[in-house]
Structure formats: structure tokens, C-alpha cells
Design a protein around this ligand. Structure first.
Ligand code: 4AD
Ligand code: MG
Length: 433
């Protein structure tokens, strides 16, 4: 059903008609005889034109009450006007004020510091730039669902309150009745593996939590992760799925969100190069390359943000770094039969210094090896009984990965910091608004 409610984005359907648009005032100016108000309704902006001689005096007087962010019902005839912001204007015949907005509205048309903007995130969201970001984020989310739906994956929603730990980074915990501590999920993966044995190809799409004390431009304490898990995929299949997936998402944003990427002043040339196949580098070779470039990272360490930047500088497309040492990665990754010091895994690094957007791996399918790793990592074995069972009753080759949604949004939008990719970001020092 087409929505026939007049919204600014569909004003082209109402040219010549008299309609009422509901929205918020973003600018006003008056010459004494003619006055203009720019109205935003979330779908776009429209210029409302008030001509003193053509209006009842009370409407002309009411115009003077309009301040930044006053909410209004404005009625008039819609005209195409290429010089107006948004391309349409309204010849006003009626104006009703729904909610006044005092003159001390916090966000004014001037530069504000980042902490001030984050403290007023509930208002900052009203800017054109934020609308562009969340419209790209929405496109990314929709393209993810479409990609998996078209390929026959089932979406599985996994629990947020869990007893088992998935990753090494910090945990948020809360008391859970008589059951002891519950942890906020760091990942849906372990449950995803159970679902893959049941349904073949699945993905999860949900919030995940990391109590990491990292104050970097790519860490949030709450972020959304997309985690496909596929029965019978090995590590090579897993990387092919990742490169098809990322290429699909980027292509969709280029096709459908060009206007928003322009609003964000995103250089799209690097995005246009994001096509499978991506580059593949072994961890061991990667360490040699970054050491040559001056990094002090040693074999055995995980790669830091700077290492990742050094490495991707040589490439024009995303890069897979494959087969990290066991000690750098989580317990569930499958031992590499060709070099048992390493595991069958990959991190997918985005270009332009955005770093790791995906962590993926083939999963350990051998009961004894997995149990040994659980002991080595000093994890509570009893919490993993059900997970070990997946290796005891009909174990299977399987692989999957996790894409960080906000990192992907930050990269595709070209944002300098991940915080703007979340509507209400949660970081070490930020729980409000
Ligand atoms: O590499 P990670 O920790 O992998 C997992 O959680 C696996 N269970 C995924 C899987 O195999 N199913 O996290 C995956 C991705 C990272 O590549 C990154 O994009 C994002 O999640 N991520 C974060 N994003 C924002 N803030 C953080 N603190 C993040 N930690 C990870
Ligand atoms: Mg990782």
C-alpha cells in the first residue's frame, strides 16, 4: 500500500494540491512582506513561503512564534521549486503550532564539541548528517537480511542472557535468580552452531556486549553483530561467503544510497573497488610485512589497529588475514592440520584503515581437542556441556563469522569514529542519553 500521507519525500506526488505537512522548523527568515520557514519531517526538507498580503493576519503573526525545532502543521499548495532546499516549496495558507520550542534549544547552527553533541544525542539525531548515516545503516541491515534470505539461510535469534562465555574480552554480568551469574552475550555464535546442526544454514542478528575498557575509535561496549553459521563449510568456503556478503552490502549502498553518501562527502571510489575476490594473506606473512614496516608485533600476538593499517595500505580491496596462532584467538577455532600452532580462521580487514570488520573461523569439530582448549583457557567446563555435545552426537564440519554492524557503517559512511554509527552509543564513559 503506498503511503498517501503527505511526507516531504513524496511531495512530488502532491504538486498543485493543497496539503498539510507536519514537521519541525529548521530555519526561518523574513523580509517583512515575505517570510520563509524550512520544515523538516525526517524524510526531507521543504521551504514554506508566507506572503503577508495573501494570509489572514493571525497566520502572519503566528509565523513570528516559529523558533528552531518548533513543531508545526503547515498547510498550503505544493510547488516544484528547484532553488528551494529539497526541490519543493509550499505557498502557505494555514499554520498551526503543535509544540513550541524555547529559544535555548541546545543545538544551534554553529560548531559544537563532540561531548556536547553526544550529551544531546537525542537532538543531534535530527541533523541531515545523522539522517544520512542512519539511512545507510538501514540499507546495510536490509541488504544483510536480503542476502541471507535469497540464499536460504534461517535467521535465528539467540539469547542475550547466557551462562557460557564466547569471546575473551570482558563480560557484563548480572545476578540471575538461583542460577548464579548471567552474562550479557558477547556473541550468538555458540547457539548459532547448535542451530546450524539443526537447520543447515543460519544467521543471527542481534546486540552483543563487551565490557572492554578500550577507548578507541572502533570499540563500543554494546554493538550489533551478524553471525552466519554454515554446516559443511570449511574455512575456504567461509571466506568466499564473506567476500560475497561484503561485496553485496557495499554494492547495495552504492546503488541505493548515493544521495546519502554524497551528503556525508564519502569518496566512493574505494567502495567501488570492493568486489570479490579479496586479498588473502597468511598471518605469518602478515607479521613479516608489518615488522618490515617497523611494527614491534611478534609472531603469536594478535594484530593491533596500527598493524592492520600498515597491512591494508598495500591493498586496494579488503584483505583476509588467515590462520592466526592459537594463543591469539578464541578456544573454539579449529586447529590447522598443516600447522597445529595455528587455527583455521580469518579476520577481514576493511580498506582505508578501518581495520577488522569480520572475525571468522572453521570450528573445532573434534571433541577431545575442544575439551582440551576449554581446559587450557580455564573456562568453566560445566557451562559448555551442551556445546561439547554438538561434537559428541554427529559432529560436523562447520564455519561461520561475525560482522560488526557499527564498524561496517563507519567504514561505508567514512566516519572518523564508530560512535556516530550507533543512534545511542554505549562506550566506557557513556551510558546516557
Ligand atoms: O572477532 P569477534 O570477537 O568474533 C566473534 O565474536 C565471533 N564469535 C564471530 C563468529 O565467528 N561468529 O567479533 C566479530 C566482529 C569484529 O570483527 C568487529 O567487527 C565486531 O565484531 N566487534 C566490535 N564492534 C564494536 N565494538 C567492539 N567492542 C567490538 N568487538 C568486536
Ligand atoms: Mg576479532
Amino acid at each position: 500500500m503506498p503511503d498517501t500521507t503527505p511526507r516531504i519525500a513524496n511531495l512530488s506526488d502532491h504538486v498543485g494540491q493543497t496539503v498539510t505537512v507536519r514537521g519541525w522548523v529548521t530555519h526561518v527568515r523574513s523580509s517583512g512582506k515575505v517570510a520563509f520557514a524550512v520544515i523538516r519531517d525526517g524524510t526531507g526538507v521543504m521551504q514554506a513561503v508566507f506572503v503577508k498580503t495573501q494570509l489572514p493576519p493571525e497566520v502572519w503573526e503566528r509565523f513570528k512564534e516559529l523558533t528552531l525545532e518548533t513543531s508545526v502543521y503547515v498547510t498550503g499548495e505544493v510547488r516544484a521549486e528547484p532553488r528551494a532546499p529539497g526541490g519543493f516549496e509550499m505557498g502557505v495558507v494555514g499554520l498551526a503550532i503543535f509544540g513550541s520550542s524555547p529559544l535555548d534549544y541546545p543545538i544551534q547552527p554553529k560548531e559544537h564539541g563532540i561531548d556536547f553533541l553526544l550529551d544531546h544525542r537525542h537532538f543531534w539525531l535530527r541533523s541531515n548528517r545523522q539522517r544520512a548515516i542512519f539511512s545507510v545503516r538501514n540499507e546495510i541491515e536490509q541488504s544483510i537480511h536480503d542476502f541471507f534470505y535469497e540464499r536460504g539461510f534461517l535467521r535465528i535469534d539467540t539469547p542475550i542472557l547466557t551462562a557460557a562465555i564466547g569471546e575473551r574480552s570482558g563480560l557484563f554480568s548480572t545476578e540471575y535468580f538461583e542460577e548464579g551469574n548471567a552474562y550479557l552475550a558477547q556473541t550468538g555464535q555458540l547457539y548459532g552452531e547448535a542451530a546450524a546442526a539443526a537447520f543447515g544454514k543460519i544467521y543471527t542478528f542481534g546486540p552483543t556486549f563487551r565490557a572492554e575498557k578500550s577507548k578507541t575509535r572502533r570499540h563500543l561496549t554494546e554493538f550489533w553483530m551478524i553471525e552466519p553459521e554454515v554446516a559443511w563449510n570449511d574455512s575456504a568456503d567461509n571466506m568466499r561467503l564473506q567476500e560475497d556478503f561484503i561485496s553485496y552490502i557495499v554494492q547495495r549502498c552504492l546503488e541505493r544510497r548515493g544521495a546519502e553518501l554524497r551528503e556525508l562527502e564519502r569518496d566512493i571510489a574505494p567502495l567501488e573497488r570492493v568486489k570479490a575476490p579479496f586479498h588473502r594473506v597468511n598471518y605469518t606473512d602478515a607479521v613479516a610485512v608489518i615488522q618490515d614496516k617497523g611494527s614491534e608485533t611478534k609472531w603469536g600476538d594478535d594484530l593491533g589497529a596500527e598493524d592492520e593499517s600498515l597491512l591494508v595500505a598495500d591493498y586496494d580491496r579488503p584483505v583476509f588475514v588467515m590462520n592466526y596462532p592459537k594463543e591469539a584467538k578464541a578456544f573454539y577455532m579449529k586447529e590447522n592440520p598443516e600447522d597445529p600452532r595455528t587455527v583455521l580462521c580469518d579476520d577481514c580487514l576493511a580498506p582505508e584503515g578501518y581495520g577488522e570488520i569480520i572475525g571468522g573461523s572453521q570450528r573445532e569439530d573434534d571433541y577431545d581437542k575442544l575439551l582440551r582448549r576449554i581446559h587450557e583457557e580455564a573456562l568453566p567446563v560445566d557451562a559448555y556441556g551442551w556445546y561439547l555435545d554438538l561434537r559428541k552426537y554427529g559432529t560436523f564440519v562447520h564455519s561461520g563469522f561475525g560482522l560488526g554492524l557499527e564498524r561496517t557503517v563507519a567504514w561505508i559512511c567514512g566516519l572518523p569514529h564508530i560512535r556516530e554509527a550507533s543512534a545511542f552509543p554505549r562506550m566506557m564513559h557513556r551510558l546516557r542519553p
